[in-house]
Ligand binder design. Structure first.
Ligand SMILES: Nc1ncnc2c1ncn2[C@@H]1O[C@H](COP(=O)(O)OP(=O)(O)OP(=O)(O)O)[C@@H](O)[C@H]1O
Length: 561
């Protein structure tokens, strides 16, 4: 709870204080109103001054309540934004291996639900802060009126709290289980999107998704949520019962134990009735707090510290990029994917290899031999378990990882296709010109256009081969020294495949790029300076035909000129 409050103060100290102050002023006005009512009931004269005071206090109580609630809404919405950004920043910064171990359905559920639940609960913290002292002050007032009523009130309250806590614990267990079901539901929603074609093509699959995943998960979510909320409602009813029990005690039992003046009894009942609103706020807020505890646990799994969030660095890592004049070496690099408790794990290495600046290196190997994994290691997306990576003989340290990654552009076989080229270096006009030249070179002109103003491409409704060409263009626009392409030509037609291997690679090489080409296209291996083959986790070098025989001379022009 304390770190929630600290987080909230960090979001907007001014709004928290304004909301608390307005709420407290409203509460004080309410108590003053009771005192006034009691004085009038005790036979105070109906003087105009008393009527004016009554009116003023009513207006003040209502106005302060509105002001406090508006501030709370602002606070809640601000907290949603802040929390979302914290989770997003943290997730974007996670090393790839850690990100891959996150359940993406769970991440989506956290971003769309947990942050909202938590932020809503956070926004009611000021209400708690206001109402708890009001309740305490009222109880003290009862104590001042009659120690007997005070003692009985405290006993009733202790009973109510104990019953409430027992039931609330049960409700929170249900909420936790319900939250896990939500992850399953989001995963099924994702399958609805990514499997849209398959689900329409095969009604058996569609029915299975509906009847075996979505329907049972949504039913379980409904049942668990109903059970949790019903348990909270029962807990609420218990506290109400204790409340009315106390009023009954004041009216019927207390006067039998000890003579209490009628005025004191009336005042005590008035105070207890006045307490109904703040107690309601507290009690009705508790289920939201329960949900928030569950949500916080989920968010914590992604953002361990609620405070201490570092903003995204403004400077580009490219500024610290190593020079890469001669070579990049992997020395005894090893890596493995752990598959859990059993022994099924993929091991790569130890790998020793060298990429020399300006050469075209092909990486070959059977399915599952580790080519993509090695490409991720070389490009800095995975960190080696052992061994070293050296650029021009200098080892790449832990703090140099981001700068090292900025040496590479990578086109993955299953990569994401960005519809824009925002965030890439260069003046907007120059980028638009290079993008236009690239579209023509990759034979996409006429199908895709460049919108220089929004730095985006006109469409992504493309064939698989065209999508890969656009992905390659995006990587080329990044203009980094080393280009890694993974199975790029797999879905190109034979004519363009030949253009890619014989001309595009050549032009990139001539423009000074170093190329690592993951490929199964053995017929084109002749265009490589060197061919590396992965077999049983080790890299073996093969000797291809001399590339100069294939590539006579150098075109000397870049691809995007
Ligand atoms: N994220 C991952 N977690 C666990 N194991 C993985 C992961 N990615 C790949 N693997 C396993 O690592 C091995 C190598 O995979 P990798 O994708 O590097 O092979 P590849 O040579 O690129 O295959 P292909 O030619 O089929 O693309 C495979 O056995 C694969 O199942």
């Amino acid at each position: 709870m304390i770190d929630l409050v600290r987080f909230l103060l960090g979001c907007s100290r001014r709004t928290v204080l304004a909301s608390t102050a307005a709420g407290a002023a409203g509460g004080v006005a309410g108590v003053a109103l009771i005192a006034l009512v009691r004085r009038q009931l005790d036979g105070g004269a109906p003087a105009p001054a008393a009527a004016m005071a009554f009116l003023g206090l009513c207006v003040l109580a209502v106005a302060m309540r509105v002001a406090s609630q508006v501030a709370m809404v602002r606070l809640g919405q601000g907290a949603v934004r802040e929390l979302t950004l914290r989770v997003v920043r943290r997730t974007l910064r996670l090393p790839l291996r850690e990100f891959e171990s996150i359940d993406t359905a769970g991440l989506l559920a956290t971003l769309t639900q947990d942050v909202v639940v938590l932020a809503n609960a956070l926004s009611s913290v000021p209400q708690f802060a206001i109402n708890v002292p009001i309740v305490a002050a009222s109880v003290a007032y009862v104590g001042w009126l009659s120690p007997l009523l005070f003692l009985c009130g405290v006993s009733f309250a202790a009973l109510a709290v104990a019953a409430y806590m027992t039931l609330a614990r049960r409700a929170i267990r249900e909420l936790r289980a319900a939250r896990r079901v939500q992850d399953r539901l989001v995963a099924a929603f994702q399958a609805m999107g990514s499997g849209s074609r398959e689900l329409r093509q095969h009604d058996g699959r569609r029915r299975a998704l509906l009847h075996d995943s979505l329907e049972p998960a949504s039913a379980e979510l409904r049942d668990r949520s109903v059970r949790a909320m019903a348990t909270f409602a029962i807990a609420d009813a218990w506290s109400q019962l204790a409340f009315f029990g106390f009023i009954g005690f004041v009216l019927f039992a207390a006067p039998r134990i000890q003579p209490i003046p009628t005025g004191t009894l009336a005042a005590a009942v008035l105070v207890v009735l006045y307490l109904m609103t703040p107690l309601d706020v507290i009690i009705n807020g508790l289920p939201a707090m329960g949900r928030a505890r569950v949500a916080l646990g989920r968010i914590r799994a992604l953002v361990p510290a609620m405070d201490g969030d570092e903003p995204e660095a403004a400077a580009s890592t490219a500024e610290a990029r190593p020079a890469f004049r001669e070579s990049l070496r992997l020395d005894g690099v090893t890596f493995r994917y752990r598959e859990g408790a059993d022994d099924r794990e993929f091991r790569l290495g130890p790998v020793d290899l060298e990429l020399r600046a300006g050469e075209v290196v092909f990486l070959a190997g059977g399915n599952g031999s580790g080519k993509t994994t090695l490409a991720k290691l070389i490009s800095g997306l995975y960190e080696p378990e052992a061994g070293a990576v050296l650029v021009d003989g200098q080892p790449v340290g832990d703090d140099d990882q981001a700068a090292y990654r900025s040496l590479f552009s990578v086109v993955f076989a299953d990569g994401h296709l960005f519809g824009d080229y925002r965030g890439l270096p260069g003046a907007p006009d120059e980028l638009a010109r290079r993008a236009g030249a690239g579209l023509r070179r990759l034979e996409l002109a006429g199908r895709v256009e460049v919108d220089g103003e929004s730095r985006s491409f006109s469409t992504l409704d493309l064939s698989q081969g065209q999508r890969r060409r656009l992905a390659l263009l995006g990587a080329l626009l990044e203009d980094r020294p080393i280009l890694v392409v993974d199975e790029w030509a797999a879905n190109q037609d034979p004519t363009f495949k030949s253009v890619f291997y014989h001309r595009i690679l050549h032009e990139l090489r001539a423009a000074g790029k170093t190329l690592l080409v993951v490929s199964h296209d053995e017929t084109y291996f002749e265009v490589a300076d060197r061919v590396l083959r992965l077999s049983e986790g080790r890299v073996v070098e093969e000797t291809p035909a001399a590339p100069d025989a294939i590539w006579p001379g150098t075109l000397g022009r870049g691809l995007l000129r």
